[in-house]
Design a protein around this ligand. Sequence first.
Ligand code: SPV
Ligand code: MG
Length: 291
Amino acid sequence: MKKTEQLKQMINSQHLEFIMEAHSGLSAAIAEEAGFRGIWASGLSISAAMGVRDNNEASWTQVLDVLEFMSDATSVPILLDGDTGYGNFNNARRLVKKLEQRQIAGVCIEDKLFPKTNSFIHAKAQPLADVDEFCGKIKAMKDTQSDEDFVVVARVEAFITGWGLEEALRRAEAYRQAGADAVLIHSKRSDIVEIESFMKEWGGRLPVVIVPTKYYTTPTLRFQELGVSLVIWANHNLRASIEAMKKTSSQIFQEKSLVHVEDGVATLEEVFRLQRAGELQTAEQKYLPST
Ligand code: SPV
Ligand code: MG
């Protein structure tokens, strides 16, 4: 099955599905190996791994380059966090073209302004996109895709920016009518009140995607009861790697020795395995002249 079809089926399936954040070829391969059937190419994580902010400081082609490595390293579908589409409708539709060329299964765009800011930073002050302008962007993206299964997710930032349920619903409905395949309703509350209120009024008009980074204590069963389609675990490979790297760097610096670190890090053999070094060895036997 095509990657686009796999993602579309996950989003439209009757049961709750999960995708895991990755930000490099390596982290994407690890997420797939853990069992995830899809990957979230997080804007926050990709930018952080590059050492820059989640404010479109990395150019969209630099993000594409990372995606290409992620796509090559995996066989499960990737949903790109496409921020605001990196400009207007024209930039967003060109993005779709370039994503399809790299076998990326779908993209999520959010109704904010370029350059965006992460939803958990000064969120109240962030302006939202004009609804009609954002709908035009969705339409242009859907008209551009050459694979009918490519997925466009419209992300509603109304709750994040301090608007209420009414505005969230108005926007989600407009994005549905513009042709979005799913809506992502985002909340920065530590409880599920906003998501609950949205789900009750939304009534399954389109599949709903959520990102429970802040309301992580809510039991996953509750998401299922509410009729959520897809959960994104949005940044946990990045955050896990930061902790591990900080601990290891600091320990090696302090101790000027590897003795107490060796057992706590991945073996070199494991690195080679994840890089699929074995495949190259087999290919060398096949293609290099025997000596
Ligand atoms: C990301 O992972 O970059 C997201 C989700 O957009 S959030 O950081 O919650 O905005
Ligand atoms: Mg993001």
